[in-house]
Ligand binder design. Structure first.
Ligand code: BGC
Length: 556
């Protein structure tokens, strides 16, 4: 018995490159450091273009590289239309784009529209201009409460923890959903809207192919007085009318952006980072009149569990079909625990593994993490993902099988979430942002000539790119082979489930005959004669071993 999931296919169209792309996320400060200042930079990326081409990805997404005080790893942008001098120049950026394009790799950049840095010229102007000024109206300023206004306007808490309001010298308060250094913009202001259109054109004119939109669901707000309390806010449904989150009117912004994207040939693409309450609400961001695609984080928070994977895959493909978008798959990014670590965590509350960042709150990987199991499962899950219809987002270092780094002292930590203790409870996000090991020896494992801005543990040597490139059984070799074969496997955006008779084994075929089999359990899964056509992953005695995936080529 099969149940088919079919999505409208537009993959022949060059403008639809994004629909089934493998997109590799670069966190620029931690990728490669060309000038030896301990911070990764654009020339560093340029120096690794061969590596990216050999990996076989279709596009790179660059986390912010703009001028920034790095209060939130660059997500505090001081100037949206320039390169941070520590990371290079606009000329370096152009050279990098040209080199990537020459290799057929497209470039996606990160746009951070919810908030600026407090060092942005607009915020500095707002501080100088004083209360009631037009300059303050580009942000969200309010008077405080209490007899002398020394209490914040509300008891709202920022995503990173602590009050969502900070007070400026003349006594007014401004709102920030994230860190103090990230004041939220007022998206009801026409200049704010216009300026982001200018930014989108600026990068599109420089040849950028697409955009990743940071916290796309938070831009517009309804701050009509009286403002609700935190408890009232939390109790309100997120149905399009919530004062702060996922408001329907945010889509007016993206409809304007779409007109800019479509004024280019090929049209520029966009993917929304939108943590919203339901798949239906997420679909609005993925609409062709809006951003076109939205991250689906469902597998990133799921257990390593066959029924969960199957339900998530089926639901998301159905949803993509309904919107005409293509779905996205992701297991790791710069905000969450690396999946090779997450999958090696001991059971918690009867679930198969701990989820999200909970493990770090519980004390880090030293406490019972099974590194070998984590890596085994990570490889299995990634091979499954790469066989699916839709696009897959990979995070730098996962192709090396890197584990999360827990050995960072409080003094060495940088993540504002660690210091403020909000939603990203525990050790925060620095552990997945440690600079990459390129060589198994030498200063900072080949990251740069003079050390790295976050400490690299000695075990990074085992995961170095040079060692893995030379080893056909390495995780890097597996990713390269998978990404190469993926070009053959990709077809119509459809899969057919093949029943396996086992609750812990998933098997599906793509329309051109490729099959993917993932054994989530411990017992081998017998393939019979199909074992002869296994071209990726390994069958042992004609069976798929526990916690592994194989790809089976079509019959000749
Ligand atoms: C980014 C984070 C960042 C936050 C605020 C998130 O969605 O991915 O890294 O801290 O937005 O910009």
């Amino acid at each position: 018995m099969t149940d088919a999931v079919l999505v409208e296919t537009r993959t022949d169209d060059a403008a639809a490159w994004w629909r089934q792309a493998a997109v590799y996320q670069i966190y620029p400060r931690s990728f490669a450091d060309a000038n030896g200042d301990g911070i990764g930079d654009i020339p560093g990326i340029l120096s690794r273009v061969d590596y990216l081409a050999d990996l076989g990805i279709d596009a790179v997404w660059l986390s912010p590289f703009y001028p920034s005080a790095l209060a939130d790893g660059g997500y505090d942008v001081a100037d949206y239309r320039d390169v941070d001098p520590r990371l290079g120049t606009l000329a370096d950026f152009d050279a990098m784009v040209a080199a990537l394009h020459e290799r057929g790799i497209r470039v996606v950049v990160d746009i951070v529209p919810n908030h600026t840095s407090d060092l942005h010229a607009w915020f500095q102007e707002a501080l100088a201009a004083g209360r009631g000024s037009a300059a303050r109206d580009r942000y969200i300023f309010r008077e405080g409460t209490g007899p002398d206004g020394s209490e914040p306007p509300t008891d709202w808490v920022s995503v990173f923890g602590g009050s969502a309001w900070d007070r400026v010298e003349d006594g007014q308060w401004y709102f920030h959903n994230f860190a103090t250094e990230q004041p939220d913009l007022n998206w009801a202001h026409p200049e704010v809207r216009e300026d982001f259109l200018t930014t989108l054109r600026f990068w599109s004119d420089r040849g950028v192919d697409g955009f990743r939109i940071d916290v796309a669901h938070m831009l517009t707000k309804d701050l009509t007085e009286p403002l609700p309390s935190r408890a009232e806010l939390d109790a309100l449904p997120q149905d399009g009318n919530h004062p702060l989150i996922d408001r329907d009117d945010v889509h007016e912004v993206y409809a304007e952006w779409r007109r800019v994207f479509d004024s280019y040939d090929p049209p520029r693409t966009a993917v929304a980072e939108a943590w919203v309450s339901t798949p239906e609400r997420r679909a609005k961001y993925a609409s062709a009149e809006g951003l076109g695609q939205a991250f689906n984080f469902d597998l990133l928070v799921a257990d390593f569990d066959a029924p969960q994977f199957r339900t998530i895959i089926t639901d998301n493909l159905a949803q993509a079909e309904a919107t005409g978008s293509s779905t996205t798959w992701v297991l790791s990014n710069h905000d969450v625990t690396r999946h090779a670590t997450r999958y090696g965590l001991p059971p918690l509350d009867g679930r198969a593994v701990k989820q999200g960042t909970e493990w770090v709150a519980a004390g880090g990987p030293a406490e019972g993490i099974d590194v070998a199991q984590g890596l085994r499962r990570a490889r299995a899950a990634t091979l499954l993902l790469l066989g699916l219809p839709g696009s897959t987002y990979l995070y730098q270092g996962e192709e090396l099988g890197l584990q999360e780094v827990a050995e960072i002292t409080p003094e060495q930590r940088q993540d504002p979430a660690f210091f403020r203790g909000g939603e990203f409870d525990g050790l925060g996000r620095d552990g997945c942002r440690v600079p990459l090991p390129w060589t198994s020896s030498g200063p900072s494992f080949g990251f740069g000539a003079n050390g790295a801005h976050l400490p690299q543990p000695s075990w990074f040597a085992e995961f170095a790119a040079d060692a893995e490139a030379a080893d056909p059984s390495s995780t890097l070799s597996l990713y390269r082979e998978a990404l190469r074969l993926r070009r053959e496997l990709q077809a119509e955006e459809r899969l057919d489930w093949i029943e396996t008779g086992r609750a812990d084994v998933l098997r599906f075929s793509r329309p051109n005959g490729w099959q993917v089999v993932t054994n989530f359990g411990a017992e081998p899964f017998e393939l019979g004669a199909d074992a002869d056509r296994v071209v990726l992953g390994a069958a042992v005695d004609s069976a798929v071993p526990g916690e592994s995936t194989v790809w089976i080529a079509p019959t000749a």
